[in-house]
Ligand binder design. Structure first.
Ligand SMILES: Nc1ncnc2c1ncn2[C@@H]1O[C@H](COP(=O)(O)OP(=O)(O)OP(=O)(O)O)[C@@H](O)[C@H]1O
Length: 250
């Protein structure tokens, strides 16, 4: 199975930034010299290949899949690598569950410091499969500050608790927008991450701001492209490393 610390990035609602958080966390860990695998478990709504701009296809060896190497520290697997172009995945739940099993067992991962799992939103089949297949997995719950996102994310956290997955903490994404040092807009409200972490009796690990598109109108979501984002993710990753290693030590 997977050899290394396993961290699932979860949420209640879609679109709150799970995949973005998963990728930036992996990039930051890799910059700190850690070996990281990103497993895109959003079988229907995979987005990691697009975020990382990966177009190559994985090779196989002895009937096992070799994950795509993004850089020397990061290996990636996604449903998107197995399809031609932007094909939809029109599968019933058990098929998707089987694919998740393949991603864990039929990919040559080797030993990694961290496996970052990008989950689909909610408490459906995939989350349940994960709880059964990887009981040692720990979770980070992503929300925006908006009360609706918090309300739904709380159910994901409750599921983690019911199935004995440790919650490392909450990340509040799209927390605020700061066009300059003097101005700050709380576009999706305020305090959602804090409320969620209190309700789940865990820590608020980070408040990641909304980043404006660059001068060409392209979204900026990777730490490579924005210094503020880089600093926020560095602080978040250090906080995470401390929490994960203290849990390992216990
Ligand atoms: N901090 C941020 N600032 C600006 N844009 C962001 C930020 N975080 C995420 N986004 C953008 O928001 C959109 C949704 O992000 P993402 O795909 O990571 O969410 P998700 O929770 O994984 O969604 P889904 O559940 O649908 O897979 C993307 O277009 C992403 O580029």
């Amino acid at each position: 199975m997977l050899k290394g610390n396993i961290i699932a990035i979860t949420s209640g609602k879609g679109g709150v930034g799970k995949s973005t958080v998963a990728v930036n966390l992996a990039l930051t860990l890799s910059e700190l010299g850690k070996k990281v695998a990103i497993i895109d478990l959003d079988i229907y709504g995979y987005s990691i290949p697009k975020i990382l701009n990966i177009t190559s296809k994985p090779k196989t060896m002895n009937n096992k899949i070799i994950p795509i190497g993004y850089n020397e520290n990061i290996s990636v697997m996604s449903m998107g690598f197995l399809l031609k172009g932007n094909e939809p995945v029109v599968w019933r739940g058990p098929m998707a569950g089987k694919m998740v099993g393949h991603f864990f067992e039929e990919v040559i991962w080797g030993k990694q410091d961290y496996f970052i799992l990008d989950l689909p939103p909610g408490t459906g089949d995939m989350a349940l499969d994960l709880h059964q297949k990887l009981p040692e997995c720990q979770e980070i719950i992503v929300t925006t500050p908006h009360p609706n996102a918090v309300h739904v994310a709380e159910r994901t956290g409750q599921m983690a608790k019911q199935t004995n997955h440790k919650i490392i903490g909450v990340v509040e994404n799209m927390s605020y927008f700061k066009p300059n040092e003097m101005t700050r807009y709380n576009i999706f409200g305020q305090g959602g991450g804090e409320t969620l972490s209190k309700n789940l009796e865990t820590d608020l690990l980070a408040q990641i701001p909304l980043i404006a598109p660059n001068e060409n109108g392209n979204p900026v979501v990777l730490i490579h492209d924005d210094l503020t984002l880089k600093k926020e993710y560095l602080a978040f990753t250090h906080c995470l490393l401390e929490k994960v290693s203290s849990k390992i030590a216990k």
